[in-house]
Write a protein that binds this ligand. Structure first.
Ligand code: NAD
Ligand code: UDP
Ligand code: UDP
Length: 324
């Protein structure tokens, strides 16, 4: 319920990487935050500093099951995002995207809450169109190892647009491109967390395939700005809207930059390329610029410096706590 400018906002997946940053920002704006998470990939460590805040409430809950609360807005971020984690229990991944979407949309329909969906560049699959605009329908394998995530997220988008057309639910859908920063899970297998922790430990840096595949990396603070700006748009702006940084890099280039920035003695080694690994990815953010007045501002070098600093402290804390 709404008192003055304070809103009661539910963040599913609030104990995860992006969700914890979003909860922080919403609290800083003076809102009440209900963080809903089943702790599959999220951790208490990500949210422990918010537990004492009187505006923050934590609910351990799996969104594949119905949930009832009185709220003004929902940010639906619950879903493992790294290939290692979403392929660990692929059936649960599809359930989280699809049953989870049905439940948050049912909740939004009943409470008239505005609802944000964290969709993904994976809806474009391994794209033949480069960079990817929102109009591109994608090239996705429906039966591969990545399908539980890609098709789950595509079906969630379908549900968002059908609840919007059929039940007039106020929706905001963002297609998020690769985002990195502090609080990424150190073992989630994503490329930035892998390369940074490998470099800091002096382990081999594992490049999958020839390392010439590309990704475009957005720093977490920029992404949260984009999400918040999308949520503030007029009702007719539903998305989908690409949110990401168009600055595109090869995985080999990324590895070399991280080695140089950490001063690491790590060697680069090759590992097999996972199946259906997209060859290239870069967001076309024309729409986000026009509709949100948003553009990412943090360079890869600055974002990596902050991320390296985070993992350096994280690994030292971990080493200290295992010695106790
Ligand atoms: P993450 O794994 O750190 O966070 C996901 C959170 O959701 C975790 O806290 C996890 O415990 C929780 N969760 C998973 N299944 C749940 C369930 N059934 N019920 C309740 N909670 C559940 O990942 P992230 O990088 O923070 O991603 C957040 C969202 O953004 C995801 O929906 C992801 O698909 C999307 N996204 C992220 C990126 C990226 O680069 N980080 C890119 C595109 C889309
Ligand atoms: N739902 C929920 N919280 C609510 C309202 C609905 O979790 O506050 C769930 C409910 O379990 C239902 C789903 O959302 O299965 C979809 O709701 P909808 O009203 O669209 O469907 P219906 O209840 O008519 O099947
Ligand atoms: N990758 C890599 N080494 C790693 C982890 C990932 O070369 O240790 C590659 C991976 O094959 C992909 C890219 O880096 O081409 C991005 O992988 P990530 O899992 O971070 O994201 P996604 O593939 O979902 O975009």
């Amino acid at each position: 319920m709404r008192y003055g400018k304070t809103k009661k906002i539910m963040v599913t997946g609030g104990a995860g990487f992006l969700g914890s940053h979003l909860c922080e920002r919403l609290l800083a704006q003076g809102h009440e935050v209900l963080c809903v998470d089943n702790f599959f990939t999220g951790t208490r460590r990500n949210i422990v500093h918010m537990l004492d805040n009187s505006g923050f409430e934590l609910l351990r809950h799996d969104i594949t099951f119905p949930l009832y609360a009185e709220i003004d807005e929902i940010y639906n971020l619950a879903c493992p995002a790294s290939p290692v984690h979403y392929q660990f229990d692929p059936v649960q991944t599809t359930k989280t995207s699809v049953h989870g979407a049905i439940n948050v949309l049912g909740l939004a329909k009943r409470t008239r809450a505005k609802v944000f969906q964290a969709s993904t560049s994976e809806v474009y699959g391994d794209p033949e169109v480069h960079p990817q605009p929102e109009e591109y329908w994608g090239r996705v394998n429906p039966i591969g190892y990545r399908s539980c995530y890609d098709e789950g997220k595509r079906c969630a988008e379908t549900l968002f647009f059908d609840y919007h057309r059929q039940h007039d639910v106020n929706i905001k859908v963002a297609r998020i491109f690769n985002t990195y920063g502090p609080r990424m899970h150190p073992n989630d297998g994503r490329v930035v967390s892998n390369f940074v922790t490998q470099a800091l430990k002096g382990d081999d840096i594992t490049i999958y395939g020839d390392g010439l595949q590309t990704r475009s990396f957005c720093y977490v603070d920029d992404l949260i700005d984009g999400i918040l700006a999308l949520m503030e748009t007029p009702r007719e702006v539903t998305g989908p809207i690409n949110l990401g940084n168009p600055d595109e890099h090869t995985m080999r280039g990324l590895a070399e930059q991280i080695i140089a920035m950490t001063g690491s003695a790590s060697r680069i080694v090759s590992r097999p390329l996972p199946s259906d690994d997209p060859r290239q990815r870069q967001p076309d953010i024309t729409k986000a610029k026009q509709l949100l007045g948003w553009t990412p501002t943090i360079t890869l070098r600055d974002g990596l410096a902050r991320t390296i600093d985070y993992f350096d402290r994280f690994l030292k804390d971990d080493a200290a706590s295992t010695k106790l």
